[in-house]
Design a protein. Structure first.
Length: 538
């Protein structure tokens, strides 16, 4: 318990913050409290998403929460002596966190509590609106809940953008023999390069995912659920397991949830980290204890999913948005966004970017606004040449396309995809032929091997690109690469092989000079000779 005069000090427990010393900062603050020097209580929250400011320390004052950052453990004594607990001025003082333009301009819907609360405090969760969505759902018939999700326009945030309500209705409508058992599965196998939103919400607001999955269970008649998390996310795994245990104690999971007729329990399963398990049927195979390999469809998982039973499969951002839809209503969510892209998307800024992190805003913001207004341009200070949106299989967009609005249809029309919302920035030193080669190489490494176009096509793709760059029968091999891309797109069993041509074709279309034998690389990094040494300089 803390006294009325005790000052609350928030230090993130998010993996990104911990990787740059947040644990050491928290320990130094706790040491000062234990020694009686300062009357403070350390709370470990999630990250606000301003990763360039981590570790970010927030102090609760009469004016509000005042931030300081980035803070090191060695900064703590000086900050305390300068009056940090009273919000005093200091070179590291950022001001009132909620008023920082980077945060104030966003539409924090899914991430509304992330960075604000203690992730494992049920009291904090309830005090900040937790369970409103579940209570609303439990007061309605399952079909009405499905209709609300459908009316909101919520689409799957895993990449395909398939309407969540339609998927749920398919599972709800499954009746009769074989449909007496249903499952809800969350795919948290966040393997796309430059994506980290799933991890951050699981570490920063885990009860939200639990609430979303419980709503889905009520809506479709499921009694059991699984959260499938890749092994590279140890902190998310530990946080979700702890949160599930607390939720059971609170009566938010188990029998007769919140006094209703809903019986639903949840489990965490850890995957080995195969990229292919981001595909829903591969994930289901892994959940069943098999090697993660794509299943042929039909039947779709909504009809024959986990252990052959009707199964809802959504990713973390989809399921954590559901409680907001049920709490505030479909119209409030649909009022955000553009066209068929309703609500908000959690964009993740990474790569060569000055201010990397989480930006949650309504669909329709342009790519340029994200990387220049929010991201602040490149970290290197050099001009941005290309941006890859949608993970390692997304298209590379040149500067001429930076004014594209961030919505599913606009990107599809431009030959690109939004995917999971990852935005990876490259400055003008990038070799786009090497990036195209990487796409094929990545597919060869991560393919489950079940279908020939993906398994063999990706290996041949690497070889053909190498020949093009080397100048070996360039025109013939360019035509061969185009044919190979057609085959992979049309013949692959899943999106792994089917989307691999997207970054390759975009690199060829927008940056053709890079395929002329590394000439561009020499232009960017001129060779200098100093004595007997030859060095490349940026």
């Amino acid at each position: 318990m803390t006294s009325k005069t005790t000052t609350l000090v928030y230090v993130p427990r998010d993996s990104a913050a911990r990787s740059v010393g947040a644990d050491e900062v928290a320990a130094r603050l706790q040491q000062a409290a234990d020694q009686g020097e300062f009357d403070l209580h350390v709370v470990r929250n999630g990250s606000r998403g301003m990763l360039w400011l981590e570790p970010l320390v927030e102090v609760v004052t009469e004016q509000g929460r005042i931030g300081y950052g980035p803070v090191t453990a060695d900064d703590v004594p000086g900050l305390l002596a300068a009056g940090m607990l009273d919000g005093a001025d200091h070179p590291l003082r950022l001001g009132l966190i909620d008023r920082l333009p980077w945060l104030a301009r966003q539409n924090r819907v899914t991430f509304a509590r992330v960075g604000v609360i203690d992730p494992l405090s049920p009291q904090d969760y309830l005090a900040h609106g937790g369970l409103r969505g579940l209570r609303s759902a439990l007061a309605r018939e399952p079909a009405d809940v499905v209709a609300e999700v459908t009316d909101s326009g919520l689409r799957g945030r895993g990449g395909a953008g398939f309407p969540a309500g339609i998927k749920w209705k398919t599972v709800l409508d499954c009746q009769g023999a074989g449909a007496e058992t249903k499952f809800v599965c969350c795919n948290a196998d966040e393997g796309d390069s430059g994506t980290f939103a799933d991890r951050m919400v699981m570490e920063g607001d885990p009860f939200l995912l639990i609430e979303g999955m419980a709503i889905a269970a009520h809506a479709v008649g499921a009694g059991e659920g699984y959260v499938y998390i890749r092994s590279e996310y140890p902190d998310a795994i530990a946080t979700m397991r702890a949160a599930i245990g607390i939720a059971r104690e609170q009566g938010w999971l188990g029998r007769k949830i919140l006094g209703s007729s809903l019986d639903f329990d949840l489990h965490v399963r850890v995957g080995a980290g195969a990229y292919i398990c981001g595909e829903e049927t591969s994930m289901l195979e892994s959940l069943e204890g098999k090697r993660g390999m794509v299943r042929a469809k039909p039947p779709i998982p909504a009809i024959e999913g986990l252990f052959g039973k009707p199964t809802v499969v959504n990713n973390v951002l989809t399921l954590t948005t559901v409680p907001v839809v049920l709490a505030d209503g479909a119209k409030a969510y649909q009022d955000l966004g553009v066209g068929r892209s309703r609500g908000t998307q959690v964009f993740q800024l990474g790569g060569n970017i000055k201010r990397g992190g989480i930006v949650e805003t309504a669909f329709g913001i342009t790519l340029r606004e994200l990387i220049e207004d929010y991201g602040g341009g490149s970290l290197s200070g050099r001009p941005i040449r290309a941006v890859q949106v949608g993970g390692p299989l997304g298209a590379y967009l040149p500067e001429a396309q930076f004014d594209l609005p961030m919505d599913y249809e606009a990107f599809a029309e431009a030959g690109a995809m939004l995917g999971h919302g990852g935005v990876v920035v490259f400055d003008d030193s990038v070799d786009m032929a090497a990036q195209a080669r990487f796409a094929m190489e990545f597919c060869a490494e991560e393919s489950c091997g079940k279908c020939t176009p993906c398994r063999v096509g990706s290996v041949r793709g690497v070889e053909v690109i190498d020949k093009i760059v080397a100048g070996t029968h360039r025109d013939e091999n360019l035509a061969l690469l185009e044919d190979l891309c057609d085959l992979m797109t049309d013949g692959s069993l899943c999106a792994m092989g089917g989307l691999t041509p997207m970054p390759v074709r975009s690199a060829l279309a927008h940056f053709p000079d890079d395929f002329l034998g590394g000439r561009r690389l020499l232009e960017i990094h001129p060779v200098q000779t100093t004595g007997t040494r030859t060095e490349g300089t940026a």
